[in-house]
Design a protein around this ligand. Structure first.
Ligand SMILES: NC(=O)c1ccc[n+]([C@@H]2O[C@H](COP(=O)([O-])OP(=O)(O)OC[C@H]3O[C@@H](n4cnc5c(N)ncnc54)[C@H](O)[C@@H]3O)[C@@H](O)[C@H]2O)c1
Length: 432
Protein backbone atom coordinates (compact mmCIF):
# COMPACT_ATOMS: atom_id res chain seq x y z
CA UNK A 1 0.00 0.00 0.00
CA UNK A 2 1.48 3.35 -0.98
CA UNK A 3 2.27 5.70 1.92
CA UNK A 4 -0.29 8.25 0.86
CA UNK A 5 -2.97 5.61 1.29
CA UNK A 6 -2.23 4.65 4.86
CA UNK A 7 -5.45 4.61 6.85
CA UNK A 8 -5.28 8.22 7.97
CA UNK A 9 -4.39 9.33 4.47
CA UNK A 10 -7.26 7.32 3.02
CA UNK A 11 -9.83 8.72 5.40
CA UNK A 12 -8.40 12.23 5.04
CA UNK A 13 -8.68 11.95 1.26
CA UNK A 14 -12.39 11.27 1.72
CA UNK A 15 -12.83 14.26 4.01
CA UNK A 16 -10.85 16.62 1.75
CA UNK A 17 -12.80 15.50 -1.27
CA UNK A 18 -15.90 16.91 0.38
CA UNK A 19 -14.30 20.37 0.66
CA UNK A 20 -14.88 23.56 -1.36
CA UNK A 21 -15.55 23.55 -5.09
CA UNK A 22 -12.78 23.54 -7.68
CA UNK A 23 -12.39 26.30 -10.20
CA UNK A 24 -13.08 25.15 -13.76
CA UNK A 25 -11.04 26.24 -16.75
CA UNK A 26 -13.97 25.76 -19.12
CA UNK A 27 -15.62 28.53 -21.08
CA UNK A 28 -19.12 29.28 -19.75
CA UNK A 29 -20.91 28.12 -22.92
CA UNK A 30 -18.86 24.94 -23.46
CA UNK A 31 -20.87 21.75 -23.26
CA UNK A 32 -19.26 18.80 -21.51
CA UNK A 33 -18.79 16.01 -24.06
CA UNK A 34 -19.75 12.67 -22.59
CA UNK A 35 -18.71 9.17 -23.66
CA UNK A 36 -21.06 6.51 -22.31
CA UNK A 37 -19.69 3.00 -21.64
CA UNK A 38 -22.37 0.37 -21.04
CA UNK A 39 -25.97 0.88 -22.11
CA UNK A 40 -27.53 -2.16 -20.43
CA UNK A 41 -30.15 -1.79 -17.70
CA UNK A 42 -28.62 1.01 -15.66
CA UNK A 43 -26.75 2.65 -18.52
CA UNK A 44 -29.82 2.79 -20.75
CA UNK A 45 -31.99 4.34 -18.03
CA UNK A 46 -29.19 6.79 -17.28
CA UNK A 47 -29.33 8.29 -20.78
CA UNK A 48 -32.70 9.79 -19.83
CA UNK A 49 -31.64 10.77 -16.32
CA UNK A 50 -28.68 12.78 -17.58
CA UNK A 51 -31.02 14.62 -19.93
CA UNK A 52 -33.23 15.50 -16.97
CA UNK A 53 -30.26 16.38 -14.78
CA UNK A 54 -28.19 18.66 -17.02
CA UNK A 55 -29.77 19.06 -20.48
CA UNK A 56 -28.01 22.34 -21.27
CA UNK A 57 -24.56 21.54 -19.93
CA UNK A 58 -23.72 18.25 -21.62
CA UNK A 59 -23.99 16.25 -24.81
CA UNK A 60 -23.47 12.52 -25.19
CA UNK A 61 -21.21 12.26 -28.21
CA UNK A 62 -20.25 8.58 -28.02
CA UNK A 63 -21.59 5.34 -26.65
CA UNK A 64 -19.88 1.99 -26.27
CA UNK A 65 -21.30 -1.45 -25.60
CA UNK A 66 -20.32 -5.01 -26.45
CA UNK A 67 -23.86 -6.10 -27.36
CA UNK A 68 -25.07 -4.75 -30.70
CA UNK A 69 -28.73 -4.99 -29.68
CA UNK A 70 -28.15 -2.55 -26.81
CA UNK A 71 -26.15 -0.18 -29.02
CA UNK A 72 -29.09 -0.03 -31.45
CA UNK A 73 -31.57 0.49 -28.60
CA UNK A 74 -29.44 3.29 -27.09
CA UNK A 75 -29.07 5.04 -30.45
CA UNK A 76 -32.87 5.04 -30.81
CA UNK A 77 -33.29 6.42 -27.32
CA UNK A 78 -30.69 9.12 -27.97
CA UNK A 79 -32.68 10.25 -31.01
CA UNK A 80 -35.92 10.34 -29.02
CA UNK A 81 -34.66 12.02 -25.86
CA UNK A 82 -31.65 14.07 -26.99
CA UNK A 83 -32.37 14.39 -30.72
CA UNK A 84 -28.76 13.44 -31.50
CA UNK A 85 -26.85 10.46 -32.89
CA UNK A 86 -23.68 9.61 -30.97
CA UNK A 87 -20.71 7.76 -32.43
CA UNK A 88 -20.67 4.12 -31.39
CA UNK A 89 -17.87 1.83 -30.24
CA UNK A 90 -17.44 -1.77 -29.17
CA UNK A 91 -13.96 -1.19 -27.72
CA UNK A 92 -13.98 1.34 -24.86
CA UNK A 93 -10.31 2.12 -25.48
CA UNK A 94 -11.22 3.55 -28.87
CA UNK A 95 -13.86 5.74 -27.23
CA UNK A 96 -11.28 6.91 -24.69
CA UNK A 97 -8.88 7.82 -27.50
CA UNK A 98 -11.33 10.49 -28.68
CA UNK A 99 -9.76 13.68 -27.33
CA UNK A 100 -12.99 15.65 -27.62
CA UNK A 101 -14.58 13.55 -24.87
CA UNK A 102 -14.29 15.24 -21.47
CA UNK A 103 -16.01 12.72 -19.22
CA UNK A 104 -17.20 9.14 -19.28
CA UNK A 105 -19.99 7.24 -17.59
CA UNK A 106 -18.93 3.65 -16.77
CA UNK A 107 -22.10 1.55 -16.42
CA UNK A 108 -20.68 -1.93 -16.99
CA UNK A 109 -20.46 -5.10 -14.87
CA UNK A 110 -18.43 -4.88 -11.68
CA UNK A 111 -15.37 -6.87 -12.84
CA UNK A 112 -14.72 -4.35 -15.64
CA UNK A 113 -14.75 -1.24 -13.46
CA UNK A 114 -11.08 -1.35 -12.51
CA UNK A 115 -9.54 -1.46 -15.98
CA UNK A 116 -12.07 0.96 -17.45
CA UNK A 117 -11.70 3.56 -14.68
CA UNK A 118 -7.90 3.43 -14.74
CA UNK A 119 -7.80 3.69 -18.54
CA UNK A 120 -10.28 6.59 -18.49
CA UNK A 121 -8.28 8.53 -15.90
CA UNK A 122 -5.06 7.90 -17.82
CA UNK A 123 -6.80 9.21 -20.93
CA UNK A 124 -7.54 12.43 -19.01
CA UNK A 125 -11.30 11.93 -18.62
CA UNK A 126 -13.52 12.77 -15.67
CA UNK A 127 -15.35 9.63 -14.58
CA UNK A 128 -18.77 8.70 -13.26
CA UNK A 129 -18.47 5.05 -12.25
CA UNK A 130 -21.26 2.83 -11.02
CA UNK A 131 -21.00 1.13 -7.66
CA UNK A 132 -19.31 -0.96 -6.44
CA UNK A 133 -16.11 0.97 -7.10
CA UNK A 134 -14.35 -2.28 -8.04
CA UNK A 135 -14.49 -6.06 -7.84
CA UNK A 136 -11.86 -6.38 -5.07
CA UNK A 137 -10.47 -4.17 -2.31
CA UNK A 138 -7.07 -4.03 -4.03
CA UNK A 139 -8.59 -2.93 -7.33
CA UNK A 140 -10.52 -0.21 -5.50
CA UNK A 141 -7.30 1.17 -4.01
CA UNK A 142 -5.73 1.16 -7.49
CA UNK A 143 -8.55 3.45 -8.62
CA UNK A 144 -8.20 5.71 -5.56
CA UNK A 145 -4.47 6.05 -6.27
CA UNK A 146 -5.02 6.75 -9.97
CA UNK A 147 -7.62 9.38 -9.09
CA UNK A 148 -5.14 11.05 -6.72
CA UNK A 149 -2.55 11.20 -9.51
CA UNK A 150 -4.93 12.28 -12.25
CA UNK A 151 -6.58 15.26 -10.55
CA UNK A 152 -9.84 14.51 -12.38
CA UNK A 153 -13.39 14.46 -11.03
CA UNK A 154 -14.67 11.00 -10.15
CA UNK A 155 -18.13 10.28 -8.82
CA UNK A 156 -19.04 6.77 -7.61
CA UNK A 157 -22.65 5.75 -8.26
CA UNK A 158 -23.80 5.49 -4.63
CA UNK A 159 -26.60 7.89 -5.44
CA UNK A 160 -28.42 7.76 -2.11
CA UNK A 161 -25.96 10.39 -0.87
CA UNK A 162 -27.59 12.82 -3.30
CA UNK A 163 -31.15 12.02 -2.20
CA UNK A 164 -32.91 14.87 -0.39
CA UNK A 165 -34.64 12.33 1.84
CA UNK A 166 -31.37 10.86 3.11
CA UNK A 167 -29.92 14.36 3.50
CA UNK A 168 -32.93 15.21 5.65
CA UNK A 169 -32.36 12.04 7.69
CA UNK A 170 -28.73 13.05 8.26
CA UNK A 171 -29.85 16.52 9.35
CA UNK A 172 -32.31 15.04 11.86
CA UNK A 173 -29.60 12.80 13.32
CA UNK A 174 -27.26 15.80 13.59
CA UNK A 175 -30.01 17.76 15.39
CA UNK A 176 -30.00 15.02 18.02
CA UNK A 177 -33.53 13.76 17.33
CA UNK A 178 -32.59 10.12 17.98
CA UNK A 179 -29.97 10.70 20.68
CA UNK A 180 -26.90 8.47 20.71
CA UNK A 181 -26.76 5.74 18.07
CA UNK A 182 -25.08 2.41 18.65
CA UNK A 183 -27.24 0.20 16.45
CA UNK A 184 -28.66 0.24 12.92
CA UNK A 185 -30.77 -2.40 11.27
CA UNK A 186 -30.58 -2.44 7.47
CA UNK A 187 -32.21 -4.86 5.06
CA UNK A 188 -33.25 -5.50 1.49
CA UNK A 189 -35.89 -8.11 0.78
CA UNK A 190 -37.04 -9.07 -2.71
CA UNK A 191 -38.87 -11.91 -4.36
CA UNK A 192 -39.45 -13.33 -7.83
CA UNK A 193 -42.13 -15.55 -9.30
CA UNK A 194 -41.13 -19.22 -9.52
CA UNK A 195 -40.50 -18.82 -13.27
CA UNK A 196 -38.63 -15.53 -12.76
CA UNK A 197 -35.79 -16.37 -10.35
CA UNK A 198 -34.08 -13.40 -8.73
CA UNK A 199 -31.43 -11.79 -10.91
CA UNK A 200 -32.21 -14.08 -13.87
CA UNK A 201 -32.87 -10.99 -15.98
CA UNK A 202 -34.29 -11.51 -19.47
CA UNK A 203 -31.77 -12.50 -22.11
CA UNK A 204 -32.52 -10.78 -25.44
CA UNK A 205 -33.63 -13.62 -27.77
CA UNK A 206 -31.46 -12.25 -30.61
CA UNK A 207 -28.25 -12.29 -28.55
CA UNK A 208 -25.61 -14.64 -29.92
CA UNK A 209 -21.81 -14.95 -30.04
CA UNK A 210 -21.70 -12.87 -33.23
CA UNK A 211 -23.47 -9.80 -31.87
CA UNK A 212 -21.95 -9.86 -28.36
CA UNK A 213 -18.22 -9.41 -27.85
CA UNK A 214 -17.63 -12.17 -25.33
CA UNK A 215 -13.89 -11.62 -24.87
CA UNK A 216 -14.35 -7.93 -24.22
CA UNK A 217 -17.09 -8.79 -21.72
CA UNK A 218 -14.70 -11.16 -19.94
CA UNK A 219 -11.88 -8.64 -19.78
CA UNK A 220 -9.42 -10.02 -17.23
CA UNK A 221 -11.99 -12.46 -15.74
CA UNK A 222 -11.20 -16.20 -16.00
CA UNK A 223 -11.61 -17.67 -19.49
CA UNK A 224 -14.99 -19.27 -20.10
CA UNK A 225 -16.93 -20.37 -23.16
CA UNK A 226 -19.63 -18.02 -24.47
CA UNK A 227 -22.57 -18.17 -22.11
CA UNK A 228 -25.57 -15.86 -22.46
CA UNK A 229 -26.52 -16.32 -18.81
CA UNK A 230 -23.11 -15.23 -17.63
CA UNK A 231 -23.18 -12.28 -20.01
CA UNK A 232 -26.65 -10.94 -19.19
CA UNK A 233 -26.96 -12.28 -15.63
CA UNK A 234 -23.37 -11.62 -14.51
CA UNK A 235 -24.47 -10.70 -10.94
CA UNK A 236 -24.98 -14.38 -10.19
CA UNK A 237 -21.34 -15.38 -10.71
CA UNK A 238 -18.33 -14.65 -8.48
CA UNK A 239 -16.12 -14.06 -11.52
CA UNK A 240 -17.97 -10.83 -12.25
CA UNK A 241 -19.81 -9.83 -9.08
CA UNK A 242 -19.91 -9.98 -5.29
CA UNK A 243 -23.65 -10.72 -5.43
CA UNK A 244 -25.77 -9.23 -2.64
CA UNK A 245 -22.67 -7.83 -0.88
CA UNK A 246 -21.55 -5.52 -3.65
CA UNK A 247 -24.82 -5.11 -5.52
CA UNK A 248 -27.22 -4.19 -2.71
CA UNK A 249 -25.49 -4.11 0.67
CA UNK A 250 -22.92 -1.46 -0.35
CA UNK A 251 -25.71 1.06 -0.94
CA UNK A 252 -26.91 0.53 2.59
CA UNK A 253 -23.64 0.52 4.51
CA UNK A 254 -22.71 3.58 2.45
CA UNK A 255 -25.81 5.52 3.36
CA UNK A 256 -25.55 4.54 7.01
CA UNK A 257 -21.97 5.88 6.93
CA UNK A 258 -23.33 9.07 5.35
CA UNK A 259 -26.18 9.60 7.81
CA UNK A 260 -24.07 8.85 10.87
CA UNK A 261 -20.67 10.20 9.77
CA UNK A 262 -19.03 6.78 9.87
CA UNK A 263 -16.28 5.46 7.63
CA UNK A 264 -15.11 1.86 7.94
CA UNK A 265 -16.19 -1.06 10.10
CA UNK A 266 -13.54 -2.87 12.11
CA UNK A 267 -15.02 -6.30 11.48
CA UNK A 268 -17.68 -8.23 9.61
CA UNK A 269 -19.21 -11.62 10.17
CA UNK A 270 -21.48 -12.86 7.38
CA UNK A 271 -23.50 -15.98 6.80
CA UNK A 272 -26.04 -17.24 4.31
CA UNK A 273 -26.47 -19.48 1.31
CA UNK A 274 -28.46 -20.36 -1.78
CA UNK A 275 -31.73 -21.33 -0.11
CA UNK A 276 -34.48 -20.07 -2.41
CA UNK A 277 -33.27 -20.43 -6.01
CA UNK A 278 -32.06 -24.01 -5.94
CA UNK A 279 -33.35 -25.42 -9.24
CA UNK A 280 -30.88 -27.90 -10.77
CA UNK A 281 -30.78 -25.74 -13.89
CA UNK A 282 -29.78 -22.65 -11.89
CA UNK A 283 -25.98 -22.51 -11.77
CA UNK A 284 -25.71 -19.33 -9.69
CA UNK A 285 -22.67 -18.94 -7.40
CA UNK A 286 -23.82 -16.11 -5.16
CA UNK A 287 -26.12 -16.51 -2.13
CA UNK A 288 -29.74 -15.46 -2.24
CA UNK A 289 -29.78 -15.15 1.55
CA UNK A 290 -27.18 -13.14 3.43
CA UNK A 291 -26.87 -11.71 6.92
CA UNK A 292 -23.88 -9.61 7.96
CA UNK A 293 -22.95 -8.06 11.29
CA UNK A 294 -20.58 -5.10 11.19
CA UNK A 295 -18.78 -3.77 14.25
CA UNK A 296 -17.38 -0.26 14.04
CA UNK A 297 -14.57 1.11 16.23
CA UNK A 298 -16.86 3.42 18.22
CA UNK A 299 -19.36 1.04 19.86
CA UNK A 300 -21.58 0.84 16.85
CA UNK A 301 -23.09 -2.07 14.98
CA UNK A 302 -24.93 -2.57 11.68
CA UNK A 303 -27.13 -5.63 11.55
CA UNK A 304 -27.74 -6.32 7.85
CA UNK A 305 -29.88 -8.88 6.12
CA UNK A 306 -30.98 -9.61 2.57
CA UNK A 307 -33.25 -12.35 1.30
CA UNK A 308 -34.35 -12.78 -2.31
CA UNK A 309 -37.38 -14.95 -1.49
CA UNK A 310 -39.81 -12.60 0.30
CA UNK A 311 -40.39 -8.89 -0.22
CA UNK A 312 -42.81 -8.07 2.59
CA UNK A 313 -40.48 -5.88 4.67
CA UNK A 314 -39.03 -4.15 1.61
CA UNK A 315 -35.85 -2.17 1.80
CA UNK A 316 -34.62 0.15 4.51
CA UNK A 317 -32.24 1.48 7.08
CA UNK A 318 -33.46 1.85 10.66
CA UNK A 319 -31.41 4.05 12.95
CA UNK A 320 -32.19 2.83 16.44
CA UNK A 321 -31.14 5.73 18.66
CA UNK A 322 -31.40 5.72 22.44
CA UNK A 323 -34.04 8.50 22.23
CA UNK A 324 -35.80 7.78 18.96
CA UNK A 325 -35.97 5.77 15.75
CA UNK A 326 -35.39 7.12 12.30
CA UNK A 327 -36.24 4.91 9.35
CA UNK A 328 -35.78 5.45 5.63
CA UNK A 329 -37.93 2.90 3.85
CA UNK A 330 -37.69 1.94 0.20
CA UNK A 331 -35.77 5.16 -0.50
CA UNK A 332 -39.16 6.88 -0.44
CA UNK A 333 -40.39 7.35 3.09
CA UNK A 334 -38.69 8.79 6.12
CA UNK A 335 -40.22 8.15 9.54
CA UNK A 336 -39.18 9.47 12.91
CA UNK A 337 -40.68 8.25 16.19
CA UNK A 338 -39.45 9.32 19.63
CA UNK A 339 -38.90 6.65 22.26
CA UNK A 340 -41.61 6.16 24.91
CA UNK A 341 -39.72 3.79 27.21
CA UNK A 342 -42.84 1.72 27.81
CA UNK A 343 -41.88 -1.48 25.98
CA UNK A 344 -44.87 -0.80 23.73
CA UNK A 345 -47.27 -2.26 26.26
CA UNK A 346 -50.94 -1.50 25.65
CA UNK A 347 -52.15 1.53 27.64
CA UNK A 348 -48.72 2.00 29.21
CA UNK A 349 -47.82 5.65 29.82
CA UNK A 350 -45.25 7.48 27.73
CA UNK A 351 -42.32 7.57 30.19
CA UNK A 352 -40.06 9.74 28.06
CA UNK A 353 -38.52 12.86 29.60
CA UNK A 354 -40.30 16.04 28.44
CA UNK A 355 -37.54 16.99 25.99
CA UNK A 356 -38.00 13.70 24.14
CA UNK A 357 -41.81 13.74 24.36
CA UNK A 358 -41.69 17.14 22.70
CA UNK A 359 -40.15 15.71 19.53
CA UNK A 360 -43.05 15.21 17.13
CA UNK A 361 -43.28 12.01 15.12
CA UNK A 362 -42.63 12.66 11.46
CA UNK A 363 -43.33 11.13 8.06
CA UNK A 364 -41.88 12.55 4.84
CA UNK A 365 -42.56 11.02 1.46
CA UNK A 366 -39.68 11.81 -0.90
CA UNK A 367 -41.80 11.90 -4.04
CA UNK A 368 -44.31 14.35 -2.56
CA UNK A 369 -41.87 16.48 -0.61
CA UNK A 370 -38.90 16.61 -2.97
CA UNK A 371 -40.30 15.27 -6.28
CA UNK A 372 -37.57 12.61 -6.20
CA UNK A 373 -37.96 8.84 -6.46
CA UNK A 374 -34.29 8.45 -5.49
CA UNK A 375 -31.05 10.39 -5.67
CA UNK A 376 -29.88 9.29 -9.14
CA UNK A 377 -30.70 12.47 -11.07
CA UNK A 378 -29.24 14.72 -8.36
CA UNK A 379 -26.15 12.50 -8.32
CA UNK A 380 -25.66 12.93 -12.08
CA UNK A 381 -26.17 16.69 -11.76
CA UNK A 382 -23.68 16.88 -8.90
CA UNK A 383 -21.09 15.12 -11.10
CA UNK A 384 -21.63 17.47 -14.04
CA UNK A 385 -21.59 20.53 -11.77
CA UNK A 386 -18.30 19.27 -10.33
CA UNK A 387 -16.85 18.92 -13.84
CA UNK A 388 -18.02 22.49 -14.48
CA UNK A 389 -16.22 23.60 -11.32
CA UNK A 390 -19.41 24.57 -9.49
CA UNK A 391 -19.52 21.88 -6.80
CA UNK A 392 -17.55 19.04 -5.25
CA UNK A 393 -18.74 15.48 -5.87
CA UNK A 394 -20.49 13.90 -2.92
CA UNK A 395 -19.14 10.37 -3.59
CA UNK A 396 -15.46 10.58 -4.63
CA UNK A 397 -13.37 7.37 -4.83
CA UNK A 398 -12.31 7.20 -1.16
CA UNK A 399 -15.99 7.32 -0.18
CA UNK A 400 -16.91 4.76 -2.86
CA UNK A 401 -14.03 2.59 -1.67
CA UNK A 402 -15.24 2.73 1.93
CA UNK A 403 -18.65 1.53 0.76
CA UNK A 404 -17.11 -1.22 -1.38
CA UNK A 405 -14.85 -2.43 1.44
CA UNK A 406 -17.91 -3.27 3.57
CA UNK A 407 -19.28 -5.32 0.69
CA UNK A 408 -16.01 -7.14 0.05
CA UNK A 409 -15.63 -7.90 3.76
CA UNK A 410 -19.07 -9.57 3.75
CA UNK A 411 -18.13 -11.66 0.70
CA UNK A 412 -14.83 -12.72 2.26
CA UNK A 413 -16.54 -13.63 5.53
CA UNK A 414 -19.29 -15.56 3.75
CA UNK A 415 -16.91 -17.48 1.50
CA UNK A 416 -14.45 -18.35 4.26
CA UNK A 417 -16.99 -18.75 7.06
CA UNK A 418 -14.80 -16.60 9.28
CA UNK A 419 -14.97 -13.21 10.90
CA UNK A 420 -13.09 -10.63 8.81
CA UNK A 421 -11.11 -7.85 10.48
CA UNK A 422 -10.18 -4.57 8.79
CA UNK A 423 -6.54 -3.87 9.55
CA UNK A 424 -6.16 -0.11 9.81
CA UNK A 425 -2.39 -0.24 9.63
CA UNK A 426 -2.12 -2.09 6.33
CA UNK A 427 -5.49 -1.20 4.72
CA UNK A 428 -6.08 -4.91 4.28
CA UNK A 429 -8.38 -7.55 5.68
CA UNK A 430 -7.37 -10.47 7.85
CA UNK A 431 -9.33 -13.29 9.44
CA UNK A 432 -10.01 -13.34 13.18
N1 LIG B 1 -26.60 2.69 -8.43
C1 LIG B 1 -27.57 1.80 -8.56
O1 LIG B 1 -28.60 1.85 -7.89
C2 LIG B 1 -27.41 0.68 -9.55
C3 LIG B 1 -28.51 -0.05 -10.00
C4 LIG B 1 -28.30 -1.05 -10.95
C5 LIG B 1 -27.03 -1.30 -11.40
N2 LIG B 1 -25.97 -0.60 -10.92
C6 LIG B 1 -24.59 -0.87 -11.37
O2 LIG B 1 -24.51 -0.55 -12.76
C7 LIG B 1 -23.55 -1.39 -13.38
C8 LIG B 1 -24.23 -2.08 -14.57
O3 LIG B 1 -25.30 -2.87 -14.10
P1 LIG B 1 -26.54 -3.24 -15.03
O4 LIG B 1 -27.59 -3.76 -14.15
O5 LIG B 1 -26.85 -2.11 -15.92
O6 LIG B 1 -25.91 -4.43 -15.88
P2 LIG B 1 -26.33 -4.86 -17.37
O7 LIG B 1 -25.79 -6.22 -17.58
O8 LIG B 1 -27.77 -4.63 -17.58
O9 LIG B 1 -25.53 -3.83 -18.27
C9 LIG B 1 -24.14 -3.92 -18.46
C10 LIG B 1 -23.85 -3.44 -19.86
O10 LIG B 1 -22.44 -3.45 -20.04
C11 LIG B 1 -22.20 -3.98 -21.35
N3 LIG B 1 -20.81 -4.46 -21.40
C12 LIG B 1 -20.33 -5.64 -20.94
N4 LIG B 1 -19.01 -5.70 -21.17
C13 LIG B 1 -18.65 -4.54 -21.77
C14 LIG B 1 -17.43 -4.02 -22.27
N5 LIG B 1 -16.28 -4.70 -22.16
N6 LIG B 1 -17.43 -2.80 -22.86
C15 LIG B 1 -18.60 -2.10 -22.99
N7 LIG B 1 -19.79 -2.55 -22.54
C16 LIG B 1 -19.81 -3.76 -21.93
C17 LIG B 1 -23.25 -5.04 -21.55
O11 LIG B 1 -23.45 -5.35 -22.90
C18 LIG B 1 -24.45 -4.36 -20.93
O12 LIG B 1 -25.11 -3.56 -21.88
C19 LIG B 1 -23.06 -2.34 -12.28
O13 LIG B 1 -21.89 -1.83 -11.71
C20 LIG B 1 -24.18 -2.31 -11.27
O14 LIG B 1 -23.76 -2.63 -9.96
C21 LIG B 1 -26.15 0.40 -10.01
Amino acid sequence: MADELDRRGFLKAAALAAGPALVSGRAANDKVNIGWIGVGTRGYAGLDWLHTASPNDVQITAICDTYQGYIARAKDRMQTVWGTTPKTFVDYRELLADKSIDAVYIMTPEHLHHDMAIAALRAGKHVYIEKPLAHTIEEGFDIVREWQKAGKIVQVGTQNRSSSLYKKAKELVQQGMVGDVHFVRAFWYRNGLPNEPSWRYAIPPEANPQNTDWNRFLGTAPKHDWDAQRYFQWRLYWDYSGGISTDLLVHQTDIVNFMLDKTLPKSCMASGGIYRWTAKTDDRDVPDTLSAIYEYPDQFQINYSCYLGNEFFGYGEEICGNEGTLRVMNRQDLYFEPEMYNSRRANAPNRAPEAIKARAALHINGVQEYKESDGAINHFRNFINAVLGKEKVIAPPPVGQQAAISGHMATLSYKNQKKVIWDEGTNKTKFA
